[in-house]
Design a protein around this ligand. Sequence first.
Ligand code: NIG
Ligand code: FE
Length: 412
Amino acid sequence: MSLIVKNIGQIVGIDESGRTRVAGKEMDTIGMLGNAWLLTDGERICDYGTMDKFPDTDGCEIIDAQGGWLFPSFCDSHTHIVYAGSREQEFLDKINGLSYEEIAKRGGGILNSADRLHETSEDELYRQAMERINEVISMGTGLIEIKSGYGLTLENELKILRVIRRIKENAPLAVRATFLGAHAVGRAYKGRQSEYVEHVCNDMIPAVAKEGLADFIDVFCDKGFFTVEETAKIIETGAEYGLRAKIHANELAVSGGVEVGVEHGALSVDHLESMGDEQIEALSGSATMPTMLPGCAFFLGIGYPPARKMIDAGLAVALASDYNPGTAPSGNMRFVAALASIKMKMTPAEALNAATLNSACAMGESNDYGSITRGKVANFYLTKPLPSLAYLPYVHQTPIIKDIILKGKHIN
Ligand code: NIG
Ligand code: FE
């Protein structure tokens, strides 16, 4: 069914240029149209214009925005939203002075979540994850990437990926799945990291590919986790099975993760809290999208990525939430955009471009998502009337979202 939204104060994120990403200085510009309407045709955006040329609306569902603004849904290109339970005990450990690495070395962290996932049924995992999915939908997310990585055994990696597939089939938002078997060394392989890497390459990747459970492959390439050589081996094996790489890089140290990602044509390299000029140089001219997760730096109390330097060097950058129980227990992309402005000095337009078009690009999906474009999927939300664009990240906790439309369906 078609749907028309009328009396829109401003449509934000209009882009008919056909570009798949926005880089450098251009990130500070975002297309807007005032006093507008927007028409969908089933799942897609059909047309938009100004209220003085309002089209025939016979047979359409009509939404009166009453001067509220229309934004393209957030695209969240990096999450670990399928997990069992929570880890607030480690939150307390951090308050008492332990670092993320120290907690991981004691067998906590990712391995703690893996233990819980092992003892949780697929149905229960799905139930918990859907609560989080509904939460992020209500906060404006319309396309989300979800990683495995809390299984760390063949059976349990398949279990978590099957839960992601079920979300893909049933949730109103769009989902992309990433296999992250190399998130940490599974307990059964303690002290035998290279054997675990063999297991990931020889057993897990083929099994995941056979069931068609993943779109992408990821490795936690960082100090205390997987090396550059191990990362290269895993993503090369993934490529043989048609899985494009997205890498966890440079969260805890300058890890070589950026360079190995760029060399292997990764879709994105994510985190980047530890970045030098060489890494920015390595990204220049590459198709790999640097993706920042400021919710993680906020939660861990570590330094933020040098976003200003990257944009000023002409790079395109993306933003994502990293929603996970250990380093970013929130999927609120408006808060992520606010952190990008407050902590990394990105302008509201840069933050919005990074959290929509560029984040869609970090999933290879910017031809269909990430902007208000004729022919793209009709994923958008309506707000109350706003005084300016900056108001959106400025009042980052105020509930200003009124209506959500995903794949052309008015879902609330
Ligand atoms: O992106 N850094 C690795 N993975 C997650 C944390 C996972 C966890 O602690 O459960 C991240 O921050
Ligand atoms: Fe992550």
